[in-house]
Design a protein around this ligand. Structure first.
Ligand code: NAD
Length: 358
C-alpha cells in the first residue's frame, strides 16, 4: 500500500502525522510512503530528511491511505475519493465534523480519538500522547505568566516560598501537569471527581484534595455532575482555590461542554498575580472568565486559555503521534496491503465510516 503524509493546513498546526524515523519500520512491512513537500516544515523536519528515510516527495492525496493530524477541512475532503482510507484526529463527537462528507465520498475513515482506551491499544492512544504534551506545556505557560517563582529560593536577598499549584481534573494531561509543576519546585495538589485518581496524584508527589464528590462514569471517564453537585463543587472550590498561586484546569466530560469549576467569585478570591491556565477552552473552558484562545487579566489574576498546545511542541508531539498512527496502520496491514479486520475491536471502534455503514 502507498501511505500519503499531508502538509497540515490549519493555522498554527505545526505537527506532522509521520516523522522520518518511524518510516523505516513501515517500509519493512511493504508500505511505500509519499510525503507532501513541506509536510514536516512546521516541526522543522526538511523534505530531505524524509527522502533519506526512504520516502518520496510527491502527491499524498492520491495514496491508498492518507494520514493527517487535524480533521480535514472541506477542501481536503474534496481531494479524497472513494476507496481511500483516512487516518487522523477527526473530532467524531463534534457536531460540525466532516464525517458525513467523508462517508458520502466513500472514504473509509479512522478517528484516532475513537481508539478504545484498552491496554492493547495504549501504543495507539493519541489522546494520551498529546495530552501529555499539553499537560507539560500548560505548566510552562503558567510559569511564564506568573509573577512568582515556582521553586523555593534561599538567597542572600531573602527566602522565597515555593509556589502552590492546584490541578483540577487529573486525567493524562492533569497528571503530567502535576509531575511537571513538582519538577519546577512547586507544592502540588490534585483534584478530580474520580476517587481512583487519588493514588495516581499521590504517586507524583502531590496532595489529594477530597471534596467528597464521586462522579466516576463509564470507561474510566467522569460523568456530568447533577445541578446540586455542580453548585456544591463550585462552592467548595471557591474556598479551596484561594490559597493557590497557580491553578491548571483540564476537566472534561466526553461529548459534553467543559464542566464549570472555577467561578468568577473564585477568581476574585485569589491573590492578584496568581495564574489560571485553562486547558478546556476548546469546549468552553473550566473557568467562568476564560476567553478561549486568549489570555485575560481579571481581578489581577491572569487567565490563559491556550488552544492546541501540542502544536506548540511539534517535534516531540509529532514523534509520539507518529508512533500512534504507525501502530494503528500496522494493525490494518496484511502483507503490505490494507485489509482491516473489523472483528478486532480497536479497528471496529476507530473506524467511523465504512462502506455501507456509518
Ligand atoms: P479527560 O481528558 O476526558 O478528562 C480529564 C479529567 O477531568 C478526568 O480525569 C475526569 O475525571 C476529570 N473531570 C471531569 N469532570 C470533572 C469535574 N466536574 N470535576 C473535576 N474533574 C473532572 O480524561 P483522560 O485524560 O482522557 O483520561 C480518562 C481516563 O482514561 C482516565 O481514567 C485514564 O487513566 C484513562 N486512560 C486509560 C488508558 C488505557 O488504559 N489505555 C489510556 C489513557 C487514559
Amino acid at each position: 500500500a502507498r501511505v500519503g503524509v499531508v502538509r497540515e493546513s490549519n493555522a498554527g498546526e505545526r505537527r506532522v502525522a509521520l516523522v522520518p524515523k518511524i518510516i523505516a519500520g513501515l517500509l519493512k512491512q511493504g508500505v511505500e510512503v509519499v510525503v507532501e513537500a513541506g509536510a514536516g516544515a512546521g516541526a522543522l523536519i526538511p523534505d530531505a530528511a524524509y527522502e533519506a528515510a526512504g520516502a518520496r516527495i510527491g502527491d499524498p492525496w492520491s495514496a491508498e491511505v492518507v494520514v493527517k493530524v487535524a480533521p480535514p477541512n472541506d477542501a481536503e475532503v474534496a481531494r479524497l475519493s472513494a476507496g481511500q482510507t483516512l487516518i487522523g484526529f477527526l473530532a467524531p463527537r463534534d457536531a460540525v465534523n466532516q464525517i458525513g462528507k467523508l462517508k458520502a465520498a466513500g472514504v473509509q475513515a479512522f478517528a484516532m480519538e475513537a481508539i478504545p482506551r484498552i491496554s492493547r491499544a495504549q501504543v495507539m492512544d493519541a489522546l494520551s500522547s498529546q495530552a501529555n504534551v499539553a499537560g507539560y506545556k500548560a505548566v510552562l505557560v503558567a510559569a511564564q505568566d506568573s509573577t512568582r517563582f515556582f521553586p523555593m529560593l534561599t538567597t542572600a536577598a531573602g527566602t522565597v516560598k515555593p509556589a502552590t499549584a492546584l490541578v483540577l481534573g487529573v486525567g493524562v494531561a492533569g497528571l503530567q501537569a502535576l509531575a511537571t509543576a513538582k519538577r519546577l519546585g512547586a507544592r502540588t495538589t490534585g483534584y478530580d471527581v474520580r476517587p481512583e485518581v487519588a493514588d495516581q496524584v499521590r504517586s507524583v508527589g502531590a496532595r489529594w484534595l477530597d471534596l467528597g464528590i464521586d462522579a466516576a462514569g463509564e470507561g474510566g471517564y467522569a460523568r456530568e455532575l447533577t445541578e446540586d453537585e455542580k453548585a456544591a463543587q463550585q462552592q467548595a472550590l471557591e474556598d479551596a482555590i484561594k490559597g493557590f498561586d497557580v491553578v491548571i484546569t483540564t476537566a472534561l466530560v466526553p461529548g459534553r461542554p467543559a464542566p464549570r469549576l472555577v467561578t468568577a467569585a473564585a477568581v476574585a478570591g485569589m491573590r492578584p498575580g496568581s495564574v489560571i491556565v485553562d486547558l478546556a477552552g476548546e469546549t468552553g473552558g473550566n473557568c467562568e472568565l476564560t476567553v478561549p484562545g486568549q489570555t485575560v487579566v481579571e481581578h489581577g489574576v491572569t487567565i490563559a486559555s491556550p488552544l492546541n498546545l501540542p502544536a506548540t511542541m511539534p517535534e516531540h508531539a509529532s514523534e509520539l503521534y507518529s508512533k500512534n498512527v504507525a501502530a494503528l496502520l500496522e494493525l490494518m496491514l496484511s502483507e503490505g496491503r490494507i485489509a482491516p479486520d473489523f472483528d478486532d475491536r480497536v479497528l471496529a471502534d476507530s473506524c467511523v465510516t465504512r462502506e455501507g455503514e456509518s
